[in-house]
Design a protein around this ligand. Structure first.
Ligand code: UT7
Length: 337
């Protein structure tokens, strides 16, 4: 039976560290508010004034992941690129990454699932692998948020949350009877909450996708009903965790590490409390990176491996996320050979 196993991961964080104090020079905010409400101390943004897209960050992360997996770019059968901040409106960043990897006919697709992007992308990779269509899939989550935030006081509720970054995972088909690889996957969406977290402009539904009058409305910046999303997360993250455990016939005791999306440390602490998860079984790094959306989970996975908290030969990890769409999702993955 073909199983989808992560064989290597990699991450790339741009060099410009932005502290909460740095933000307080741009807008009416302060370190105390940001840390208390979100847990964030720093985030990293691409260098000011430079042209750096999500595919550029993804390239660096992918090179490390390929190296760790022992793959050459030519080994990749498919690229799945999860992002809400593609380099340009179209074509997708997957195609841009493909050529930067020196490839010329490898298929590439983008996944537009925001905070759950990595889990949706992994689930798509798993389906391709199980079907026998592809054997080696590069799954990437990458975001450049910093060029699209309203860095004035009007945008402070969103601008302080987001960081730039990328991380990648090499997912390989392993023919085995062992219970390894993707063991469970639950994907959910409810479009009636779409307007609670969105980036409206440019919008192809409008006679003009964007014009000066529309720009004055601020619709080119992300907007969020933070309280509503927060409450939805408190309920749905534990629910979807229990559902994926049930699907896999497992309990929390079978999981070595939970890697939740990094949107707000308070959300993850409440989630941990609800499910009575011991401190050593859940990983957070939002303090350093802020919310890097589709990159948060692979970024955290890569760090847990580096820190020896996850064994890339045998650990069982659970990913869980909720965000724009509304989408929410969970996945269980067991490393193995
Ligand atoms: O990854 C995608 C999924 N996203 C999420 O899961 C995010 C979910 N939501 C949240 O994380 C939280 O709702 C936020 C961190 C966004 C906001 O925290 P909150 O505790 O819900 O604060 P709030 O929006 O209720 O705002 C409280 C106060 C307001 O002032 P008043 O009306 O009480 O006077 C805001 O204007 O805090 C003010 N405020 C700020 N003050 C300083 C909002 N943003 C800031 C800021 N600095 N950056």
């Amino acid at each position: 039976m073909k199983r989808s196993v992560i064989k290597g991961t990699g991450r790339f964080i741009p060099s410009r560290c932005v502290t909460n104090d740095d933000l307080s020079k741009m807008m009416d905010t302060n370190d105390e508010w940001i840390q208390q409400r979100t847990g964030i101390k720093t985030r990293y943004w691409i260098p000011e004034g430079e042209i750096v897209g999500s595919s550029d960050l993804a390239l660096e992360a992918s090179k490390i992941a390929l190296d760790n997996a022992g793959w050459q770019p030519e080994d990749i059968d498919l690229i799945i690129f999860a992002t809400l901040s593609p380099d340009i409106f179209f074509p997708g960043s997957g195609c841009l990454l493909q050529t930067k990897l020196g490839l010329s006919d490898t298929p590439a697709l983008d996944i537009r699932q925001q905070c759950t992007g990595f889990i949706y992308a992994m689930s798509t990779a798993d389906a391709y692998i199980r079907s026998g269509m592809y054997n080696r899939i590069l799954v990437v989550g990458a975001e450049v948020h910093s060029t699209g935030l309203d860095k004035t006081t009007a945008g402070r509720d969103v601008a302080v949350l987001f960081g730039d970054g990328a991380a990648a995972a090499c997912v390989e088909a392993v023919e085995t009877d062992a219970n390894i690889g993707v063991l469970g996957s639950v994907l959910k969406a409810d479009g009636k909450f779409a307007e609670k977290l969105m980036l409206e402009l440019p919008g192809s539904k409008y006679p003009e996708r964007i014009n000066a009058e529309m720009l004055a409305s601020g619709g080119q910046f992300p907007s969020m009903d933070g309280t509503r999303i927060f409450k939805l997360a408190l309920r749905k993250l534990p629910e979807v965790t229990l559902e994926v455990l049930e699907q896999a016939g497992m309990s929390l005791d079978d999981i070595d590490m939970i890697i939740p999306h990094q949107a707000n440390l308070r959300i993850n602490e409440a989630y941990q409390k609800t499910l009575k998860i011991p401190e050593e079984k859940i990983f957070n790094n939002i303090q350093k990176y802020g919310n890097t959306t589709a990159a948060t989970i692979p970024l955290a996975l890569d760090e847990t491996i580096e820190q020896g908290l996850v064994d890339p030969k045998k650990s069982t990890v659970l990913f869980v996320a909720l965000g724009a769409g509304l989408t929410w999702a969970a996945m269980i993955h067991r490393f193995g050979e």
